[in-house]
Design a binder for this molecule. Structure first.
Ligand code: ASP
Length: 500
């Protein structure tokens, strides 16, 4: 009997579902920790009180039985005290006690759900490895093939208008939802305090990065002093700037001279795309392991206390993905919405499982060109630019998160402050690097701009990974929509070939 061949995008979707099931079945026990002390390694679970000591003096007393609280506290304490100086006294519900001296390690007990994650990590690293050279090569060739500065300015102007417009709309959607649903009103003070104390240290380490958006220095810093440093640091905005400028100036020198360079980058870009196609063969297994690990590790009890907030963000992300982009496609192109989303199943699955627009860029380019017929000229210009500056999902999430945190702290945001959120979230999303978790750091900028306590990010860190995965989907779908719209308007859209 011949086994029917399952198409790659279907394999990825199946892997996603199986990964969720596997991760849920073999999840990390949230009430168990592994302690390595002078006496060796031991697993401890279901305590009623966990006391950290130094000699006989008490350093900290934890009254919840959640492993995450204990392991985070240990990480903090071990920064202040030498490894081995810390002891613990664990009290169990029946009143019995156990003491551990000379502790060097306390962390969750790894489950089967986490075991295969290295495969997924290799997949993400491969995609990231491809992303930087691909951005440079494709933008440079893209800009050079737009014949002259006027053409670059025209296409660039159109796409930037689209990017800024959609981002402003999505922030507004986020603000409206957060004001109507008022997720912050649902949080009891005691839950708030628990979240704040659990994630306080994570929050401070993010706040320490001291991000700020001063528009002038933001713009100044886009220009790299040394493009090679920018490349080495993965500084996407500067890389984009350098690649476009160089591409444009290649059109100003005699063809016989620019030809060699353009051929070189064209070759590099094509090789990268071919590499992506091969790397994607790994996607089903990688997606499975990544999702399984995330689900296995995720503390669902944190989700419970933040469910209204998470649902508000998810509703917003769903609305823009299901209605905003299709409306744009309908108004400005002849493409069938169904074909668009069918072709991009793979892109969405990769965005979701990697939480990175940069890692998804190679896939997005491949799908837009090969399946949706966007010319290389347009795709290679519009998509890398979008992956760097256009993050609708992130912007929407930042708006909801800012209002949510304000509500929990009992701040009333007036209309000027809400308008400030629109502006800063727009800039913050442009400044967000296309890699996991940066949206949360840039949120600090939004909070600062309206005077909401930055420490408030501790409230939402617990569900950030999950929301990061989800917000990366509209981040990349918005870029793809832009590419199709611009291609159509420039007469650069070929026939659709979705089923290949
Ligand atoms: N992970 C997002 C992206 O790469 C950025 C963020 O919101 O953290 O698109």
């Amino acid at each position: 009997m011949k086994i029917p061949k399952i198409k790659l995008h279907n394999q990825i979707v199946i892997a996603l579902i199986l990964g969720v099931i596997f991760g849920a079945l073999f999840s990390v026990n949230q009430k168990k920790v592994e302690i390595i002390s002078a006496a060796g390694s031991e697993d401890v679970e279901s305590w009623s009180e966990f006391k950290f000591l130094k000699g006989d003096s008490v350093l900290s007393v934890i009254n919840t039985s959640e492993q995450i609280v204990v392991s985070k506290k240990f990480k903090v304490l071990s920064k202040t005290f030498n490894s081995g100086q810390i002891s613990a006294e664990v009290v169990f519900p029946d009143g019995s006690k156990k003491r551990f001296d000379g502790i060097t390690y306390i962390d969750k007990v790894k489950s089967l759900g986490l075991m295969f994650k290295p495969i997924g990590d290799i997949f993400i690293r491969l995609l990231n490895m491809i992303a930087v050279p691909l951005v440079i090569a494709s933008l440079l060739v893209g800009a050079a093939s737009l014949t002259d500065l006027k053409h670059v300015a025209k296409v660039g102007g159109k796409i930037m208008t689209y990017y800024m417009l959609t981002t402003a709309i999505t922030i507004t959607v986020g603000l409206v939802l957060a004001n109507v649903i008022q997720p912050g009103e649902y949080m009891p003070a005691e839950t708030r305090d628990r979240l704040l104390s659990t994630f306080q240290d994570d929050a401070s380490s993010k706040i320490e990065q001291n991000v700020s958006i001063d528009i002038i220095s933001f713009l100044v810093n886009i220009v790299p002093k040394n493009p090679f440093n920018a490349i080495a640091n993965g500084d996407f905005l500067s890389i984009v700037f350098y690649a476009i400028i160089t591409g444009v100036f290649l059109t100003t020198i005699p063809k016989e001279k620019s030809k060699t360079i353009i051929n070189f980058f064209e070759g590099l870009s094509e090789a990268m795309i071919n590499m992506v196609e091969k790397v994607m063969l790994l996607a089903p297994i990688a997606v499975f392991t990544l999702i399984a690990a995330t689900v296995a590790e995720f503390g669902f009890n944190v989700l419970q206390s933040l469910i209204t907030y998470a649902l508000t963000v998810l509703l917003g992300l769903f609305l823009i993905t299901a209605f905003l982009y299709p409306s744009f496609l309908k108004i400005f192109t002849k493409m069938k919405i169904r074909d668009f989303f069918k072709a991009h199943r793979q892109t969405m699955a990769v965005a979701f499982s990697t939480s990175s627009s940069a890692a998804t860029l190679p896939v997005n380019l491949d799908v837009c060109e090969k399946k949706l017929g966007v010319s290389n000229k347009i795709a290679s210009f519009v998509l890398p630019l979008g992956a760097t500056v256009n993050m609708d999902g992130t912007a929407l999430y930042q708006a909801v998160a800012a209002v949510f945190i304000a509500q929990v702290y009992g701040f009333d945001l007036n209309i000027t402050q809400q308008l400030t959120i629109i502006l800063t979230a727009l800039l913050a999303s442009v400044g967000t690097a296309p890699v996991p978790g940066v949206g949360l750091i840039m949120l600090i900028v939004v909070l600062k701009s309206v005077g909401i306590p930055e420490e408030g990010i501790a409230l939402i860190i617990g569900v950030d990974r999950l929301l990061d995965m989800c917000r990366t989907i509209p981040n990349v779908i918005s870029d793809a929509t832009g590419a199709v719209i611009i291609a159509q308007s420039e007469g650069e859209l070929k026939k659709v070939n979705v089923d290949d």
